[in-house]
Write a protein that binds this ligand. Structure first.
Ligand SMILES: Nc1ncnc2c1ncn2[C@@H]1O[C@H](COP(=O)(O)OP(=O)(O)OP(=O)(O)O)[C@@H](O)[C@H]1O
Ligand SMILES: O=C(O)c1ccc[n+]([C@@H]2O[C@H](COP(=O)([O-])O)[C@@H](O)[C@H]2O)c1
Length: 219
């Protein structure tokens, strides 16, 4: 059987992007042997309040972060759709661009998986891509319910990402960094430094643009 080109896609609000995201994206690419790994900053997160920072600021920080790592790239397509950034629509666009014979791997943390059944047309996701899920500190999948049943039905070995273009759920084990954007926003809002939690170029951008300085911004 021929092996397929594999394209990893990691979407996020990235408000701001941090080393937890970057480390995870890099580990996915390396551990799964993906040919490419793209970060996709979302424009309007479908399931949470509009971020206080503009899409342009959040995407600029992702660009700066990725400049420091030759293995990662940025895909800014969601910024060009002035509507909620539904993953199924992003995947439809990418599938149309790459054709049927590329393996698309939509990557999420476990906290995203536990609410997957609230995503727009969530059952259609596997018709377009695989779902790759990393365990995240503090987040476990419940043993019973709609999502665990769906995961059990579609669970697949990581090697199969190279053989099938879509349709499987792969759970990865990684050395995750316990960092969250919420924590970083809080640290900055109380006048402390978030250095070493995120790339220094991103911290310089935040300082220059005076982002996250209002009390209460951490929420
Ligand atoms: N430290 C981390 N380790 C593993 N996965 C993470 C980590 N931080 C975020 N993720 C995952 O990255 C994706 C994008 O997350 P997001 O941009 O919301 O970051 P966040 O740190 O969770 O932000 P917030 O604290 O604002 O919710 C999600 O799939 C989430 O599960
Ligand atoms: O398609 C949806 O309905 C949907 C609902 C929630 C989240 N997502 C996507 O999941 C990714 C992670 O979201 P977040 O809020 O954890 O940063 C991001 O790319 C979102 O666009 C997508």
């Amino acid at each position: 059987m021929n092996t397929l080109k594999t394209l990893g896609l990691f979407g996020g609000t990235f408000d701001p992007i941090h080393n937890g995201h970057l480390r995870m994206a890099l580990e996915w690419k390396q551990q799964l042997g993906l040919d490419e790994m793209r970060l996709l900053p979302c424009h309007q997160p479908p399931h949470r309040d509009k971020p206080g920072r503009s899409s342009e600021d959040r995407a600029a920080m992702v660009r700066l972060a990725v400049e420091e790592c030759s293995e990662l790239t940025v895909d800014e397509r969601e910024l060009r759709r002035d509507k909620p950034s539904y993953t199924v629509e992003t995947l439809q666009e990418i599938r149309q661009e790459v054709g049927a014979d590329v393996s698309l791997c939509w990557c999420v943390g476990m906290d995203s998986l536990v609410t997957l059944n609230q995503w727009y047309r969530w059952r259609d996701l596997l018709g377009l891509a695989h779902l790759v899920v990393a365990a995240r500190p503090g987040w476990g999948l419940p043993l019973t319910g709609e999502i665990p049943d769906w995961v059990a039905e579609h669970k697949m070995a990581a090697e199969e990402l190279h053989l099938k273009p879509h349709g499987g759920v792969v759970v990865t084990e990684q050395s995750l960094l316990d960092i969250s954007a919420t924590e970083i926003r809080h640290i900055i809002s109380v006048g402390q430094s978030p250095e070493f939690l995120l790339p220094s170029a991103v911290w310089h951008y935040i300082e220059k643009a005076k982002l996250y300085q209002d009390p209460g911004v951490g929420s």
